[in-house]
Design a protein around this ligand. Structure first.
Ligand SMILES: Nc1ncnc2c1ncn2[C@@H]1O[C@H](COP(=O)(O)OP(=O)(O)O)[C@@H](O)[C@H]1O
Ligand SMILES: [Mg+2]
Length: 250
């Protein structure tokens, strides 16, 4: 069974149709990368998936839980929050809380949401996640005491802390110096090898080729091409895909 089914998703900002009917499925444990030029609708797609934006039309089904958009506008904030828990989000600009330590950033949401879990258990799990991100000696540091790469790894641990069905990344390394990009890509690759279900919006083409089971190339609000990396990256059919890739691979 598909863990995620997106069907004919549409989104307009005023008269500007940014998503023009996006449909795709994803299997549990897969890594899907989304490529595409700036303005093609990648961020809007991720934001629609976890209902930070309200889509105009279409359906999203996660693990059999159907999110009807006509209803979403009437959902209460706590219902919306529950639906958002299907997705973990990692943004370009880490968005850590500056007044909290790395560990506090990771356990904050579980403390609020997982009312059935003991504090000690939440704390322990937070430490395990930071450990996994290679930050065992940084747990008590505040964001300003951490490098960009370390902050982004805290943000990944934070997103994992709520056990999302699908972990989404929106250009996770775009705000980082090249030397810090590698350490973040390394942990994402490890997650991929552990079969974490992930959607990654990225401009790191070589990385996407290496870790992805599936690639979607978006162009002006539609999926122009979709398939395994060996097709979309190594052997694209679509003219826009070819043009886009030639800008990165020359
Ligand atoms: N909140 C918004 N209001 C109006 N227009 C928006 C908004 N968010 C995105 N857009 C527009 O939607 C288009 C796609 O943007 P975006 O999804 O951010 O693309 P990408 O992430 O691929 O660069 C752009 O033309 C952008 O200006
Ligand atoms: Mg974007």
């Amino acid at each position: 069974m598909a863990i995620l089914e997106v069907h004919e998703l549409k989104k307009k900002f005023d008269e500007d149709e940014v998503l023009k009917g996006i449909s795709f499925n994803m299997e549990k444990g897969q890594t899907l990368s989304i490529l595409g030029s700036s303005g093609s609708g990648k961020t809007t797609l991720l934001r629609c998936l976890n209902l930070l934006e309200t889509p105009d039309e279409g359906t999203i089904t996660v693990n059999g839980d159907l999110l009807f958009f006509a209803n979403v506008k009437q959902l209460k904030e706590d219902e919306l929050r529950k639906k958002r828990l299907h997705f973990g989000m990692v943004f370009q600009q880490f968005n850590l809380f500056p007044q909290y330590t790395a560990l506090e950033n990771v356990i904050l949401a579980p403390k609020l949401v997982k009312k059935d879990m003991e504090s000690a258990e939440i704390l322990e799990r937070g430490k395990v996640l930071l450990n996994k991100m290679g930050l065992s000696d940084r747990m008590d540091n505040y964001p300003h005491q951490l490098s960009g790469g370390q902050q982004q790894r805290v943000a990944i641990a934070r997103a994992l802390a709520l056990n999302p069905d699908i972990l989404c990344f929106d250009e996770p390394t775009s705000a980082l110096d090249p030397e810090l990009t590698g350490e973040v890509l390394k942990v994402i690759k490890e997650l991929s090898e552990q079969n974490t279900t992930m959607i990654i919006v990225t401009h790191e083409i070589a990385f996407a080729r290496e870790v992805s089971d599936e690639i979607i190339f978006m162009d002006q609000g539609v999926i122009a091409e979709q398939g395994p990396p060996s097709q979309v990256i190594d052997n694209p059919n679509n003219e826009r895909t070819k043009q886009f890739l030639s800008n990165y691979l020359k």
